[in-house]
Write a protein that binds this ligand. Structure first.
Ligand SMILES: Cc1cc2nc3c(=O)[nH]c(=O)nc-3n(C[C@H](O)[C@H](O)[C@H](O)COP(=O)(O)OP(=O)(O)OC[C@H]3O[C@@H](n4cnc5c(N)ncnc54)[C@H](O)[C@@H]3O)c2cc1C
Length: 384
């Protein structure tokens, strides 16, 4: 194991190079690419990857140190636009991908050369993800895929999508799914942006019509997709719990907003701010624990984000309705953006109710939720 103090010194010297590296780069994707390439080349891009896949085999303490030393939130967690690849898909490929897939995808993904999206949800399959109907059929040396996905974050920029597709409708629903890698830039893939109340279009519908995937680009074995899907979701929840993905309004920002107004005298506002601060500390400390269940940290993060949006709305009062000087949709740092975006926290990566079901069943050992179609061949089940 490497020495933590020595590691911290190395990390500080790396972060000190960033202002020069990023000067003149304005677009978030452009900045992200430059940062990730430099991070990988300096030996910080694959801290918890095995040495044989180009990593350093370090544990959570080192990762937390790397995050903690970051000069700003832009670098502390997943970088804007690259989170699905770096936080979710690449760790799944590291753990379950074939040597061929690891060789092809890990390095370019970690260096920010390729952008990923997550092709899970469908119009009839969200919480009931195992009810998905997008199909993939093997034809010679390639899979032919048809179906529709929805809520696909970042699909318009993505080079590859991690796809769940049904490869066998004759077995029960969880058993006939495979995880594969779909090249997004091909004629059979059409991406249509969805407009959100924040004013931006961060997610999309994806229509897939006889799109092609090379036969070996399956993660795990064909039919093992559900196990792969759960593994990836657990990375997604850990990342959300650790502050990746969406950025809730910070308590520091709310404290300064309160200080600028009469609200600072209001005992209930002071109480709300104290609760928010306490919750933030709880999340931080939970994340330091090694074996914490990712659904628990995700739920806390969601709770914190929604409460922060409620306090922001209260502090801003009438301005929320006619917020001067903050046009919707252009600046994600604005309060109005944070308020409108807060409900998304409870949905992406699985809803709060689904996280509670998971905790009930897998952590507390409560009986499994009843399901009438769990053991029926998928082709004989009622579809959503
Ligand atoms: C910001 C954001 C980004 C997203 N990005 C992606 C992405 O990149 N890729 C992707 O594939 N998907 C993505 N999603 C989709 C997300 O995973 C789904 O919205 C989520 O899984 C819920 O599915 P649904 O919207 O179909 O709601 P439904 O499953 O229809 O749920 C509706 C309501 O019923 C409740 N419910 C459902 N089943 C149960 C149950 N068994 N017990 C208790 N309550 C239940 C839910 O909690 C919810 O309140 C994203 C969503 C959001 C909001």
């Amino acid at each position: 194991m490497e020495d933590l103090a020595q590691f911290r010194t190395e990390v500080r010297s790396f972060y000190a190079t960033l202002p020069d590296l990023l000067s003149g780069l304005d677009g978030p994707l452009e900045r992200g690419r430059a940062y990730l390439a430099a991070r990988y080349d300096a030996g910080f891009g694959a801290l918890d990857y095995p040495i044989e896949t180009g990593g350093r085999d370090l544990d959570k303490e080192f990762i937390n140190t790397f995050r903690k030393e970051a000069p700003s939130r832009e670098f502390a967690n997943a970088v804007f636009g690259f989170g699905i690849g770096i936080d979710m898909v690449l760790p799944t490929l590291r753990d379950y991908g074939s040597a061929e897939l690891q060789q092809r995808f890990l390095r370019p993904g970690l260096r920010g050369e390729e952008i990923w999206c997550q092709l899970y949800s469908e119009p009839g399959a969200g919480s009931d993800l195992a009810g998905l109907t997008t199909s993939a059929k093997l034809d010679g040396d390639q899979w032919v895929v048809s179906g529709q996905k929805v809520w696909t974050s970042g699909a318009s920029d993505a080079d590859f999508g991690i796809l769940l597709a049904r490869t066998n409708p004759d077995v029960p629903k969880h058993q006939g799914i495979s995880m594969m890698i779909l090249p997004m830039k091909q004629p059979g893939v059409e991406v249509r942006p969805l407009h959100q109340m924040t004013g931006v279009s961060s997610f999309n519908e994806v229509f897939i019509t006889e799109a092609k995937i090379p036969a070996p680009w399956v993660v795990g074995a064909p039919g093992e997709g559900w196990r792969m899907a759960v593994a990836l979701l657990s990375y997604e929840r850990s990342s959300t719990g650790a502050g990746g993905g969406r950025r809730p309004i910070t308590v520091e920002r709310l404290i300064s907003l309160a200080q600028e107004s009469e609200a600072r005298q209001d005992p209930t506002v002071r109480q709300d701010l104290a609760t928010l601060f306490t919750n933030r500390k709880i999340v931080e400390w939970l994340n330091r624990r090694r074996d914490i269940h990712p659904s628990l940290t995700k739920l806390w993060r969601t709770k914190e984000g929604r409460a922060a949006a409620a306090v922001a709305t209260r502090l801003a009062h009438m301005q929320v309705i006619a917020w001067e000087g903050e046009p919707l949709g252009h600046d994600k740092k604005t309060l109005v953006y944070g308020i409108c975006d807060a409900p998304a926290l409870s949905l992406g990566g699985g809803t709060d109710e689904v996280q509670r079901n998971i905790l009930g069943e897998r952590v507390l050992g409560l009986p499994r939720e009843p399901s009438s179609d769990r053991n029926l061949p998928f082709k004989d089940t009622l579809k959503n």
